[in-house]
Design a protein around this ligand. Structure first.
Ligand code: FES
Ligand code: FE2
Length: 439
């Protein structure tokens, strides 16, 4: 584990923020100062101005599919209890007992009509109401009835196409406005399955010695694929016989700024790997071909030629500001991550799949998912290594101060392998960080 010695701040924080992103549109030059990855005061400000003021991904509706289902997880460092009450309504509570603060449940997931704090036994129902207190005759009168000691709900919760978000900021704009054009990309991903989508196969939890923003950059960085992931491409080539595009009518790839710091890189049929929904490759064998073709035809029949074909053949890596990644490529992964220090990040990833998918299609999906996205797969260990190398390299920021994120900046439509998506993130980051502390 590396510890970065932050360079001695040479100017006030607001001035360090102001110079952190430098852009010259006429010359096509976009630079990010490396202190943005190493300065602990910048991290502290990110916690206040970004994580406390954005819509943050909480989970997927399928994780709490039935009444009284719940999951627990941390969002921006806050332990959260995410549940569906007996009437089907979604809630996000701060997972802390009103008595003396213990987590009201330590379980990762389950099914409960009531939550019992294990410390002194206070109990809360599925809408967060305090319902029983052992020895309550010794407590102040009206303790339960007043509602003052009920669980506290997170200020904002909203759902879009199965993706559930929360915000710690009660005054944030509504989720649709926040998502801007990213809303339609999430909708497109949700349309893979006629009966919706579900999280399957547990959770990937892993960490790395790198700044959290490196993960956001890397998650939609087509430029690094051939160099960092050469071993995966060689594997695909040896299995499927060719790196050539699968479909001769490919649309090779482009990047789109989706507004508010969100972006996507997309292509239609240009990538060498197979998509369970629905792009066949030779390595899956002739026996799989009919089923995959049938899935592709079904998508076109259900959604129309353009959208159905785009889902079947297309790949898309989507970045939702500040820290949600939905990569719909050789499988669908949902990934979120938080800093635990300026040079440490914890990542959580899930696989998303169509409800009711056949066993054979699910098998192809999960093999692809684990082979590429898994913490021990072809891609993730290589990415971890590259991002840790970047972080390590920032020790030399006295010698080279700036990262270059200019690729494709002068093009009318930047290519998938350009860096428009990173610039979209950094512009929003810069705006948010210059808003100043509230109050
Ligand atoms: S801390 Fe929960 S009952 Fe005391
Ligand atoms: Fe990668």
């Amino acid at each position: 584990m590396s510890t970065i010695l932050a360079p001695r701040p040479d100017r006030p924080l607001h001035a360090r923020i102001e110079r952190a992103v430098r852009e010259d549109r006429a010359r096509g030059e976009f630079k990010v100062h490396r202190s943005a990855f190493t300065d602990r005061e910048i991290l502290q400000l990110e916690r206040e101005l970004i994580f406390e003021r954005s819509w943050l991904y909480l989970g997927h509706v399928s994780e709490v599919a039935s009444p009284n289902a719940f999951v627990t997880r941390k969002v921006a460092g806050h332990p959260i209890l995410f549940n569906r009450d007996r009437d089907g309504k979604l809630h996000a509570f701060f997972n802390t007992c009103s008595h003396r603060g213990a987590l009201v449940t330590r379980e990762k997931h389950g099914q409960r009509r009531a939550f019992y704090c294990s410390y002194h036994g206070w109990a809360y129902d599925d809408v967060g109401k305090l319902i029983s207190v052992p020895g309550k005759e010794s407590m102040a009168p009206g303790l339960i009835e007043s509602g003052d000691m009920d669980l506290r709900e997170v200020p904002r919760l909203a759902e879009h196409c199965g993706f559930v978000f929360i915000s710690l900021d009660p005054n944030i704009c509504d989720l649709q406005t926040y998502l801007a054009d990213a809303g339609d990309v999430l909708k497109l991903v949700s349309e893979h399955g006629e009966r919706g989508m579900e999280i399957v196969g547990g959770t990937h939890d892993y960490g790395m010695a790198a700044n959290w923003k490196l993960v956001q950059e890397n998650s939609a960085d087509a430029y690094h694929t051939t160099s960092t992931h050469a071993s995966y491409l060689e594997y695909v080539q040896s299995r499927d016989g060719s790196r050539d595009p699968v479909d001769p009518k490919v649309r090779a790839g482009w990047a789109r700024d989706l507004g508010n710091g969100h972006a996507v890189i997309e292509s239609e049929g240009a990538m060498p790997w197979g998509r369970p929904y629905a792009r066949w490759v030779t390595g899956w064998g002739e026996a799989a071909r009919d089923e995959i073709d049938a899935i592709a035809h079904g998508l076109v029949a259900r959604l129309g030629e353009a959208r159905g074909r785009f889902i079947a053949l297309g790949d898309r890596n989507t970045l939702i500001f500040p820290n949600l990644v939905v990569n719909d490529t050789l499988a669908v992964t949902v990934r979120t991550f938080y800093p635990t220090d300026v040079d440490q990040v914890q990542i959580t990833g899930w696989a998303l799949a169509p409800v009711g998918e056949s066993a054979s299609s699910r098998d192809r999906r999960m093999r692809n998912f684990v082979e590429f996205f898994g913490p021990a797969g072809f891609a993730t260990p290589d990415d971890v290594e590259m991002l840790e190398l970047c972080q390590e390299g920032y020790r030399n920021q006295h010698a080279i101060e700036w990262n270059d994120i200019s690729r494709g900046m002068l093009k009318e439509i930047p290519a998938k392998g350009d860096e428009l998506q990173m610039r979209a993130f950094w512009r929003q980051w810069h705006r948010a960080m210059q808003n100043g502390p509230r109050g």
